[in-house]
Design a protein around this ligand. Sequence first.
Ligand SMILES: Nc1ncnc2c1ncn2[C@@H]1O[C@H](COP(=O)(O)OP(=O)(O)O)[C@@H](O)[C@H]1O
Ligand SMILES: O=P(O)(O)OC[C@H](O)CO
Length: 499
Amino acid sequence: MATTRHILAIDQGTTSSRAILFDATLRVVATAQREFPQHFPASGWVEHEPEDLWESVLATCREAMAKGRVSGNEIAAIGITNQRETTLVWDRRTGQAIHRAIVWQDRRTAAACAKLSEAGHDSLVSERTGLRIDPYFSATKIAWLLDNVPGARKRAEAGELAFGTVDSFLLWRLTGGAVHATDATNAARTMLFDIRRGVWDADLLKILDIPASLLPEVKDCAGLFGRTAPEHFGATIPVRGMAGDQQAATIGQACFTPGMVKSTYGTGCFALLNTGSEPVISQNRLLSTIAYQFGGKRSYALEGSIFIAGAAVQWLRDGLGIIEKASETGPLAEAADPSQAVYLVPAFVGLGAPHWDAEARGAIFGLTRNSGPREFARAALESVCYQTLDLLEAMQADWPGARQGGSVLRVDGGMVASDWTMQRLADILGLPVDRPEVLETTALGAAYLAGLDAGLLPEPERFADLWRLEHRFMPGMAATQRERLVKGWRDSVRRTLTA
Ligand SMILES: Nc1ncnc2c1ncn2[C@@H]1O[C@H](COP(=O)(O)OP(=O)(O)O)[C@@H](O)[C@H]1O
Ligand SMILES: O=P(O)(O)OC[C@H](O)CO
């Protein structure tokens, strides 16, 4: 007899799409993953082909269902989680995007952002959205599309076009164009959303000249978003959960208590500290954002966003060709010459928190005639550890609660497979680093949201009891060595910054 007690999580990330099928106890039944091409049409520009996003999602969902021998009518709910900020605009009639997706890493709107700052809008943006004016967020990407795709502005004003982050675009496609919605966490990343009142901000829309008719409806993270058109999975499945990937990871890591912090190491690295029911406006160049919204009630987080983490490992593989697989970096780093102080500042697309230097570009310091692939690998992995330290220090300076709850760091994402990196992270931070049993934390968070709304899973407090530790990495480095290494990193960053 068919049961409908499975949950399908869609995790649409920057470099790949994943579908993970869970049973009703959140045990993984089957997974599928597909990478898709990255497009770099100009220096600092990053684009995705919208059909690649859609087709890879559809294919991975079908593959996971086939592997798990689960049919559409055995799936109780779908949860969607996604790379955030990445911006799509599509035609409401055909569902076709008017341009490639402009990816969160894309810096093409740096000059537009500088103009907004010069016009004196910094404090308005920070007070309303919790963000800072930066090309990272969707707002200036939308404006760029309206100004640069022929006819787009006219069509937008006529109500013919829809904007969405990737979650919205997928929901539109999954529901056969029936639903144009997003959730509060994704909306919070657009630089157009008032995170206190939970509404699109009319003043910001006016400043950026973005018609409100483009925007999706904003919902809770757990709730009925819509139902899939039957042609996709042979059944109409309700979509009941949605959150940006870093917020989904925060949920999957069960960081529901103020003071708890998680850091996810994928293409970039994102640390989120739960600050409870009030947003904390950072004095140390962090972001304030919505962590989750249930029953119309928002919880907030301080976020540190690093643009390049695993992407530095990809650069070693695809750019320099010194490794074939990401997993080779740990053993190479282990064998690196301890007497060489080689630092990589991976500002390939500028630097994010806490520096926010859109014009900076990557640099390597401390090379000698003996430097080679081992030292490059160590420098790439260590750059992720140093950047995390910079974020956690900023969090502690911003919010006293960070010092109490933040005595341990929960980690997840593709890079945490590297034991060497996790040990180095604990050493550099001087903090224990906890790696959970389930590393697909992002998908787990999305599945939890969908399962919660479907009535299959318990309230957050009880879900938090199910979190399981796989390994705790304890700090072991001598303080003098740590201080020397951190000083070298800070000198390197100083020499890389443009202002
Ligand atoms: N063993 C490893 N050591 C170091 N880096 C790794 C390892 N395994 C994966 N990575 C890196 O992790 C990233 C993939 O993580 P993932 O969470 O899948 O990213 P995303 O969701 O951003 O696509 C890649 O950039 C890859 O280079
Ligand atoms: O695709 P990821 O996992 O690197 O996450 C991307 C972030 O959501 C960008 O803000």
